[in-house]
Design a protein around this ligand. Structure first.
Ligand SMILES: [Zn+2]
Length: 246
């Protein structure tokens, strides 16, 4: 089991910088500068397995904005609007699997979990081809009866079984919240993308901070650096004073 990376709460100025770098990025990568900042090490986050990436995103979201997220969705059955507060960190399996080896029929397969880099490399391929290519990237060796085989020599049904084994070894790669529709009582599974959750919160936060900077600068004439260096608490105090001042 891997030890979770310790995350740190960044200073306001640094988080604003990370938000700005994320703005121009591909939607799937926008949270990357924020997470890199919060991880604070030289680790390349593109090497994260998908489950680890999701866990990091959820923990970062919880650290910055609290552990529950309000969400709204439509019931696929009756169309009613579902509102729920999702306890984010409870979505994590808590038991990151040790991926590595699977025995399928007479085949012994060593593999690693797909990473963000792997997914990026197959993103433009048609689905079937992408699945095969992903498998080829992640399977390290296949042995059968003392012989070494390639992924292409693996029978189709075993390739599917291998896909399933890899998915099972990284349960947090796909995260869902279970909701119950208040109108029809249907169970609704809502799929979640924690990194985009995190990004949207950071984006909203940044726009709020910039508005506060604009207001305080207009009233007191302070620089952006000076205002951003204030603690959030002091910024709020000055904002309430600014109302009286102007
Ligand atoms: Zn319903």
């Amino acid at each position: 089991m891997t030890v979770p990376t310790a995350l740190r709460v960044p200073a306001t100025a640094a988080l604003l910088d990370a938000w700005e770098s994320g703005l121009g990025g591909d939607p799937a990568d926008r949270a990357l500068p924020v997470l890199a900042l919060m991880c604070g090490d030289d680790r390349d986050l593109d090497d994260c397995a998908l489950g680890e990436w999701n866990r990091l995103s959820l923990r970062a979201r919880a650290l910055l904005f609290g552990a529950s997220a309000d969400t709204v969705a439509d019931c696929p059955d009756c169309g009613a609007q579902l509102e729920a507060s999702i306890p984010l960190t409870e979505l994590i399996s808590g038991e990151p699997a040790d991926a590595g080896e699977a025995v399928l029929d007479a085949y012994g397969v060593r593999y690693r979990l797909p990473t963000r880099r792997d997914l990026g490399a197959v993103a433009d391929l048609p689905v079937e081809q992408a699945a095969r290519r992903l498998l080829a990237r992640c399977v390290l060796s296949i042995r059968s009866g003392g012989e070494e085989l390639s992924v292409d020599e693996l029978p189709e049904e075993l390739a599917d079984a291998m896909d399933a084994a890899i998915s099972a070894a990284d349960p947090d790669a796909v995260l869902e919240a279970a909701l119950t529709c208040p109108d029809c009582g249907d169970a609704v599974r809502l799929s979640l993308d924690p990194a985009s959750f995190l990004w949207h919160e950071v984006d909203r936060w940044a726009l709020r901070v910039l508005a506060e900077v604009a207001e305080l600068a207009a009233v007191f004439g302070w620089s952006e650096d000076a205002i951003v260096a204030l603690s959030p608490w002091r910024r709020q105090m000055y904002l309430s004073l600014a109302g009286r001042w102007s």
